[in-house]
Design a protein around this ligand. Structure first.
Ligand SMILES: NC(=O)c1ccc[n+]([C@@H]2O[C@H](COP(=O)([O-])OP(=O)(O)OC[C@H]3O[C@@H](n4cnc5c(N)ncnc54)[C@H](OP(=O)(O)O)[C@@H]3O)[C@@H](O)[C@H]2O)c1
Length: 268
């Protein structure tokens, strides 16, 4: 594994849900932590428990990642942490409606939190970790990156962005020994559902994963060096086929000549 033992992990969205479980698992694996979210009291309660259970150094860094000045403080923390080994880009939100029915300010917040913040944090970590010659960046995307028709297309688009960012960054950073992993959860039981006015229990129970199971599976994928980890997908042949088809298209996607099917009669 390319993540140095006992290095520091910075986890965003660590006050609850998937991020709080990452914090728990990483502290028990022997990492020191920097915990980021808005709710300082919840972060401090988690930090207190994890310090007592693991003896690790746990730092709380309250920040609203949609605020450029507060995001800049977290970017700076990444640059300033001497033994940084891991960034978990997890904080995220979903819209209460769709692109057309959600307030404009909420759409802007979605893009700030799900796209702008993880991109700038990944950039800072990529610079920091590649200079150190190792470590990992974990980006929490969603299976909706592959299935935009199943949910609000705007949220899904932010997750497709994270998937593409991760695949491109993984290639860029491979020579420097830095691992990049995109994790694609399906429906997972956390507060994100009620925060966006939805009821996770409207799904059949067999479609909803426990957040602890999700994170444990994602860490198995990380330990295996996977670039893309999809914990609910039972048969990885489907994902491999999609990747093969995508890569097979690549040599045909940039041409001087317009494809014959788009030529007009006058082109003959
Ligand atoms: N649960 C699912 O079904 C599911 C499925 C696929 C992907 N995901 C993705 O998994 C990630 C974690 O989601 P979750 O399900 O664990 O959601 P959650 O329970 O709602 O937790 C979201 C976390 O993000 C933090 N956060 C929200 N707004 C923030 C802001 N402006 N600045 C800083 N932190 C902020 C929250 O803390 P504060 O409120 O204290 O700031 C909280 O710690 C997200 O990227 C989500 O899109 C979730």
């Amino acid at each position: 594994m390319s993540i140095p033992a006992h290095s520091t992990a910075l986890v965003t969205g660590a006050s609850t849900g998937i991020g709080a479980i990452y914090a728990d698992r990483l502290a028990h694996r022997g990492h020191d932590l920097i915990l980021v979210a808005r709710d300082a009291a919840r972060l401090e309660a988690l930090a207190t428990r994890l310090r007592a259970e693991t003896g690790r150094t746990i730092t709380v860094l309250p920040a609203d990642l949609t605020d450029p000045a507060q995001l800049a403080r977290v970017v700076q923390a990444i640059a300033d942490t001497p033994n940084l080994g891991l960034l978990v880009n997890n904080a995220g939100l979903a819209l209460s409606g769709t692109l057309t029915t959600s307030p404009e300010a909420e759409v802007a917040r979605l893009i700030a939190l799900n796209v702008t913040a993880p991109t700038l944090l990944a950039r800072a970590a990529a610079v920091r970790l590649s200079a150190a010659g190792g470590g990992a960046i974990v980006n929490i995307a969603s299976v909706l990156a592959l299935s935009p028709e199943a949910f609000d297309g705007t949220y899904s688009a932010t997750k497709a962005f994270i998937l593409t960012l991760s695949q491109g960054l993984a290639k860029e950073l491979a020579p420097s020994g830095v691992q990049v992993q995109a994790v694609l959860p399906g429906a997972t039981r956390t507060e994100i559902w009620e925060r966006s006015g939805k009821d996770v229990d409207s799904f059949p129970a067999e479609m909803v994963m426990d957040a602890g199971d999700l994170v444990d599976a994602a860490l198995v994928g990380l330990d295996r060096g996977e670039t893309v980890t999809i914990p609910p997908l039972a048969d990885e042949a489907g994902w491999n086929a999609l990747q093969s088809a995508r890569l097979a298209l690549a040599p045909h996607l940039s041409r001087r000549d317009v494809a014959v099917r788009y030529r007009t009669a006058g082109d003959a």
